[in-house]
Design a protein. Structure first.
Length: 71
């Protein structure tokens, strides 16, 4: 299967408040494939869950994605 470049496209990823969650993994892959990513998260929800909120929440993930070349 041929890979399609995502350069110049922006993708909204919801549920990206924890660095070890599915949303974070999807965001990392999209950035690796050239997409810009807009993250959406709701930390108060994670705080109430058994797994809790991620350390530094979505800010840490956003900084990581910037280091990987995301915008």
């Amino acid at each position: 299967m041929a890979m399609v470049s995502l350069a110049g496209r922006v993708v909204i990823v919801t549920g990206a408040s924890r660095g070890i969650g599915i949303g974070a993994a999807i965001a990392r892959r999209l950035v690796a494939d050239g997409a810009g990513v807009l993250l959406h998260s709701w930390v108060p929800y994670d705080v109430e869950q058994p797994w809790g909120a991620g350390e530094q929440g979505p800010q840490k993930l956003a900084a990581e994605l910037r280091r990987l070349g995301g915008v």
